[in-house]
Write a protein that binds this ligand. Structure first.
Ligand SMILES: CC(C)(COP(=O)(O)OP(=O)(O)OC[C@H]1O[C@@H](n2cnc3c(N)ncnc32)[C@H](O)[C@@H]1OP(=O)(O)O)[C@@H](O)C(=O)NCCC(=O)NCCS
Length: 162
């Protein structure tokens, strides 16, 4: 199992997953993304020093998901994360990818606190965060307006183990 930096060669695979209805419907931005738009976004994103985009490769050497850290604050040592498993990934992929990403974030990158924002309709992600040890820090009511109208955003966080 490994996490490696996403490169240009990964963009088409990544976009296929990102545009899949099961992933798209869980994200804050739910419209279909065109390849050219995706490439331009990646060009800008890869120049940023406060975000990291990683591809998760499982034990059979198959790419199975994307996990990313954004708004990385190196003074307060906190950041936000996001992720998606390949829509056809076997059950358990999210847990493996999540644990690998958390070990990388706290142990290798040396951060202290990881934040997440989850749409209230995203039950899988809600329980996923609880399973990984995150705590709810707040609920932002009607914070997001998507295809199904307003919904609340749940803010989770995990603090490094002392
Ligand atoms: C969230 C996601 C990564 C989980 O991946 P996964 O491979 O299904 O995860 P796992 O099989 O390892 O399951 C991990 C936990 O997630 C939760 N979970 C997974 N599927 C669930 C479902 N259908 N309903 C409720 N909880 C679910 C459970 O807590 C589960 O633990 P358990 O099996 O011990 O009960 C995946 O569903 C995904 O990519 N979703 C779309 C993108 C997304 O929501 N990203 C996060 C935005 S905040």
């Amino acid at each position: 199992m490994a996490l490696r930096q996403i490169g240009e060669d990964d963009l088409e695979l990544m976009l296929r997953w990102r545009n899949h209805p099961s992933v798209r419907s869980s994200m804050f931005s739910q419209s279909i993304i065109e390849l050219e738009q995706h490439r331009l976004w990646f060009e800008r994103e890869s120049k940023k020093s406060d975000s990291v985009w990683l591809l998760f490769i499982d034990e059979s050497n198959t790419p199975r998901g994307v996990v990313y850290f954004t708004e990385m604050n190196r003074v307060s040592r906190n950041a936000f994360w996001g992720f998606y498993a390949a829509p056809d990934a076997p059950t358990g992929t999210g847990t493996k990818m999540g644990r690998e990403a958390l070990a990388h974030f706290f142990n290798d990158l040396g951060f202290h606190k990881l934040n997440a924002e989850v749409l209230e309709s995203n039950e899988r992600s809600y329980y996923f965060h609880l399973k990984l040890g995150f705590h709810v820090e707040g609920v932002f009511r009607d914070q997001h307006r998507g295809e199904n109208g307003y919904e609340s955003v749940i803010r989770f966080a995990l603090i490094e183990q002392g």
